[in-house]
Ligand binder design. Structure first.
Ligand SMILES: Cc1cc2nc3c(=O)[nH]c(=O)nc-3n(C[C@H](O)[C@H](O)[C@H](O)COP(=O)(O)OP(=O)(O)OC[C@H]3O[C@@H](n4cnc5c(N)ncnc54)[C@H](O)[C@@H]3O)c2cc1C
Length: 396
């Protein structure tokens, strides 16, 4: 039985994951669990009522536990944990606080990106403060006019002496509310070949944080807009040269898709746990809810989909962890997990009657927040495109 699994019942969906972790990685997962229980869940409940975004202080508490550098190599001051360990950590967080977990996951992914992709000079300048949470970074690709078609982005980067001048506006950027640095995608020429990625300090002249998008749910993710008006970016802040920015965005996306799929699966797993526990305690017509075959079967269907989603996520995560190509497995995992979680949480809630809406369960909040998962890092339709494009290769 897993030492980590909070549910602590035999054959938890997390057992197979835990078996793949090194002992020190399991220790990090336990730290993340304690942080989630003491800080993240209370904040998520508060944010849901107030519409607040995740504050910098919470990133700093998380960073003080060494978790902001989860995947950052040890020699650069991080924990050097595997991709699988990172997934296990985000499952722990998302299980009860999807949007807040989304924000934290994004900020520690950005630390990993800068640690592994930036030049030694940029690392020297920023990495220490990113690891401590003194600085927060975000990735800014999407624009108001559309996010699925990256090549159509309108933000421009014009070459000038010593650097580049950026102009444009980005929308739906996770942690735009608190970020100090943004990895910005911009066109240096028309088409995918012209897209470069620039590390842009947001306190500099011409760079503005425009605040959070007002949301009905999921404000904890801190999604908002950024504007660049003749923003000068020095040459050494170019992260990927024109042409490489598009390719890099496409190759990094598989890892991100699997995070989101794992987070969705964890949300569903907790909803099922809550419903089954409630169904054993609540009696209707003289019998516990779960003794009624109709309800038991309803939850059995959810359990069946949960197992399938978890298996797809685990398969894709293992490939990514091994450095193998995972475009198709990642698309299958994200499409299935994010589409089943919405209906799955809803069915768990339906089995509980009106009490499902009680704040103590947090299920209604999770249901509202989890919709985000079907847009971020590739919409369901874009995943269909990926899966569809592989069909003719598989069945020539
Ligand atoms: C919570 C959250 C966090 C996010 N964080 C970030 C972030 O940190 N950084 C960032 O850059 N972006 C971020 N995004 C933006 C996200 O990447 C975009 O929402 C996504 O790429 C889709 O773009 P769009 O919402 O503009 O939809 P659009 O591209 O306008 O698409 C609208 C609809 O058309 C469908 N569609 C598009 N093309 C096709 C097609 N060829 N065939 C069939 N259907 C199609 C889409 O699936 C969608 O249903 C975030 C979004 C959310 C919700």
């Amino acid at each position: 039985m897993s030492a980590i699994s909070e549910a602590n019942h035999p054959s938890s969906i997390y057992d197979e994951w835990d078996a793949l972790l090194a002992p020190e990685e399991a220790g990090l997962v336990r730290k993340a669990q304690a942080f989630c229980d003491s800080e993240l869940i209370p904040f998520a409940e508060h944010a849901h009522r107030t519409g607040n975004a995740l504050p910098r202080e919470l990133v700093q508490s998380w960073a003080a536990l060494g978790l902001q550098g989860l995947q950052t190599p040890r020699e650069l001051g991080g924990q050097g944990a595997s991709y699988l360990a990172k997934i296990r950590v985000v499952q722990v967080l998302a299980r009860s606080a999807f949007a807040a977990a989304f924000s934290l996951n994004n900020s520690h992914s950005m630390v990993h990106m800068i640690a592994t992709q930036a030049s030694a000079e940029l690392r020297e300048r920023y990495l220490g403060d990113l690891l401590s949470g003194k600085l927060v970074a975000c990735i800014a690709l999407t624009e108001r006019g559309g996010g699925s078609d990256l090549a159509a982005m309108k933000t421009t980067a014009k070459k000038v002496s010593g650097g580049w001048i950026l102009n444009g506006e980005k929308a739906w950027i996770t942690n735009a509310t608190i970020s100090d640095l943004a990895v910005v995608g911009a066109q240096t020429a028309a088409g995918t070949k012209g897209i470069g990625r620039f590390l842009v300090p947001l306190q500099g002249r011409g760079a503005e944080r425009l605040g959070a998008h007002p949301l009905d749910a999921g404000s904890a993710s801190g999604v908002g807009a950024l504007r660049f008006s003749d923003t000068f970016v020095p040459e050494d802040h170019l992260l990927e040269r024109p042409g490489e920015g598009f390719k890099r965005s496409m190759s990094a996306i598989n890892g991100a898709r699997v995070h989101v799929a794992a987070m969705a699966t964890a949300c569903l797993e907790r909803a099922l746990e809550v419903a089954v526990s409630y169904g054993q305690r609540r009696a209707v017509f003289g019998e516990p809810l779960l003794e009624h075959q109709g309800l038991r079967w309803q939850l059995a269907e959810v359990a069946n989909e949960l197992e399938a989603a978890n298996a797809l996520v685990l398969r894709a995560a293992r490939l990514i962890n091994a450095g193998e190509s995972a475009e198709l497995p990642a698309a299958h995992a994200k499409k299935f997990a994010t589409s089943r979680v919405v209906s799955g949480i809803e069915r768990c809630m339906q089995s509980m009657g009106a009490n499902a809406l009680s704040r103590e369960h947090g299920l209604h909040r999770q249901l509202a927040e989890i919709k985000m998962a079907s847009y971020a890092d590739g919409t369901t339709e874009i995943l269909n495109e990926r899966i569809g494009s592989h069909l003719v290769r598989r069945y020539p």
